[in-house]
Design a protein around this ligand. Structure first.
Ligand SMILES: [Zn+2]
Length: 425
């Protein structure tokens, strides 16, 4: 096929994306697990997750696509290529949500991928490579820890058997939850195949950058790294009414001083470092007792591995210094260090040129949140397409995106998927 032919096909693919169909599918999908306050509660491998899978499998069957489930609970919708043995070009995201989640996080990537399959059919475009739309199991990590475990198992980052043994808060294993969903929403078992030719994930940005710049498309270069720590502060319990300040060893006031010092340590002029203390436990947690023990979490993120290494290491020294000045004991435990992901240029470059071809204002940025794309990037060229979300908010019922932006992202996705799938094998 000549370069001019390919250019024509890409324009046809994007031109066949339907804004109304994509929006209707979002409305229909967001009824499953609806909270009644505009949000979504559709935890992984629950009956609601099964209903969402059944809904899209029904749409797929009507179009003649096959839907399968692998041993880790990931669901794949496949549009065959003219060379069925060729590696699939993959796109998708996840259908599970946070307990008070929004209707676009994850769902958009799956429905935009499905829209691309339909657009290619409507445009009469056959591709040598098969195309698969995937809904990864338990991306959110709300029911089973860790998040993104379906894609971790698919790429071999986590052993399948380990994933199947993970338990939710009620003690139900992934294996048991999967058996139930296999019973209520049976799908054919996925046959093993070659690693994907490429993976492209469309997603709402979940942050404010695109909206504040007035850009429609985010060309994602990678995913920032994360270091996690647990801090334990040991003071001395005492009576709130009788113990003078000079003889107190208050673990909570020491923890507050520690967190303030750590906020100063991690503050940067560019406002790129993300420092969060999201969980704290106070013991004995009684109004009239001086706190004797406090534990808290630290979540530190940045696109640079060096900065994470340097700043993260300084946390230990800062905690020791402040603890000594407050006459308490404190220790910092390193929990995890996930290095930043940098995508190979292939897919980000295709996303950038697709956005240009569609005349859409775009911005190159790393992803602030973790995604399944992080795992896929270990086995194939990978990239992401971001679109803005209202006030940059996500993981909340007020999460929102406009039909126009969903449509724009799907047109870009259609061009990128078509370009990759049209390549000779
Ligand atoms: Zn997501």
């Amino acid at each position: 096929m000549s370069a001019a032919d390919v250019t024509g096909r890409l324009a046809q693919a994007a031109g066949s994306v339907s804004k109304d169909r994509l929006w209707r599918r979002h409305l229909e999908m967001s009824r499953i697990g609806a909270t009644g306050r505009g949000g979504l509660n559709r935890l992984a491998l629950t009956p609601e997750d099964g209903q969402a899978q059944a809904l899209i499998a029904g749409w797929a069957a009507a179009r003649g696509y096959t839907t399968t489930r692998d041993a880790a609970g990931n669901v794949f919708i496949r549009r065959e290529g003219s060379r069925p043995d060729a590696p699939a070009v993959m796109t998708g995201s996840h259908l599970d949500s946070q307990p008070n989640g929004g209707c676009f996080d994850g769902t958009y990537g799956v429905l935009a991928g499905f829209e691309v399959l339909e657009a290619l059919d409507d445009a009469g475009i056959a591709t040598p490579h098969p195309i698969e739309v995937v809904a990864w199991m338990n991306e959110e990590g709300s029911r089973f820890v860790p998040g993104a475990m379906g894609s971790a198992a698919f790429t071999g980052f986590l052993p399948l058997q380990d994933v199947l043994e993970k338990k939710d808060a009620a003690g139900v294993t992934v294996r048991e939850a999967l058996a139930r969903i296999d019973g209520s929403t049976p799908l054919a078992a996925r046959a093993p195949g070659p690693p994907p030719a490429a993976y492209v994930e469309a997603h709402i940005e979940q942050g404010p950058i695109l909206e504040s710049r007035g850009d429609t498309i985010g060309v994602v270069t990678g995913i920032q790294g994360i270091r996690r720590f647990a801090v334990e502060v040991l003071g001395e319990e005492g009576h709130a009414g009788t113990t003078p300040r000079a003889s107190r060893k208050d673990a909570l006031s020491a923890a507050v001083a520690l967190i303030s010092a750590l906020e100063r340590l991690t503050a940067d002029a560019e406002d790129q470092v993300r420092f969060t203390v999201g969980r704290m436990a106070v013991e004995p947690n009684s109004p009239n007792t001086i706190p004797g023990k406090v534990t808290f979490s630290i979540d530190l993120r940045h696109p640079s591995k060096d900065l994470l290494a340097r700043t993260g290491d300084l946390i230990h020294a800062t905690v020791s210094e402040v603890a000594a000045s407050r006459r308490v004991d404190a220790k910092v435990q390193d929990i995890s260090f996930v290095a930043p992901t940098t995508f190979l240029p292939l897919v980000p470059e295709a996303v950038r040129s697709a956005a240009s071809a569609e005349g859409l204002p775009h911005h190159v940025l790393p992803s602030g949140a973790g995604h399944d794309a992080m795992h896929l990037s270990r086995i194939c060229p990978t990239g992401m397409v971001f679109i803005p979300c209202l006030n940059g908010r996500s993981h909340t019922e007020v999460e929102s995106a406009t039909p126009e932006d969903l449509f724009a992202g799907a047109r870009v996705l259609a061009r990128v998927i078509a370009e990759l799938a049209l390549q000779s094998c």
